[in-house]
Design a binder for this molecule. Structure first.
Ligand SMILES: [Cu+2]
Length: 167
């Protein structure tokens, strides 16, 4: 009788554990708060075979505050250094340049997805980035200070810009 009760409890427990796992797996987005900033879904695309560099993106960074802030840079164990890059079109040629900061105007949302204007370049990856990997990235903001976020490595969603990031 005792053992039957125990067995039931175990079964209930593993059901609860499975429910938790399912809940975790179905969470497709994550976000972080840094003062009045909301850093929505930091992610990176898998690195290309033989490519020394990778790139990290965000769904967006929202500044819900009353004053402007700026992203000044980032560091990560996953790469030797991180650069803020801006993409511009020069006729038909896509150009990339390093910028000292990315403006985050008060009350606005800045999109930083792949194929868009900005990205964080991960210079000299310690190891290739594969789908499912996660790594820490410490962002440095002018006003909000330093904040660590978790970057998810994932395949760009079908239908999204293919973001050809070549360095
Ligand atoms: Cu770049």
């Amino acid at each position: 009788m005792h053992s039957e009760y125990f067995g039931r409890r175990l079964a209930l427990r593993s059901l609860a554990a499975i429910a938790l796992l399912v809940a975790a797996a179905s969470t497709h987005a994550h976000d972080f708060r840094a003062g009045s900033l909301v850093i929505d879904h930091p992610y990176a695309t898998p690195s290309l075979a033989g490519a020394p560099n990778g790139a990290a993106y965000f769904r967006s960074i929202r500044n819900r505050g009353a004053s402007a802030d700026r992203l000044l840079g980032a560091t990560t164990e996953a790469a030797e250094r991180v650069e803020l890059h801006e993409m511009t079109m020069d006729g038909n040629v896509m150009r990339m340049r390093e910028v000292p900061a990315i403006d985050l105007p008060a009350g606005q949302e800045v999109q930083l997805r792949h194929g868009q204007r900005w990205h964080l370049m991960l210079v000299n990856l310690r190891q290739p980035l594969a789908v499912g990997d996660r790594f820490d990235l410490t962002l440095k903001f002018e006003k909000a200070g330093e904040h660590k976020v978790k970057v998810w490595v994932q395949q760009p969603r079908a239908g999204a810009a293919t973001g050809g990031h070549q360095h």
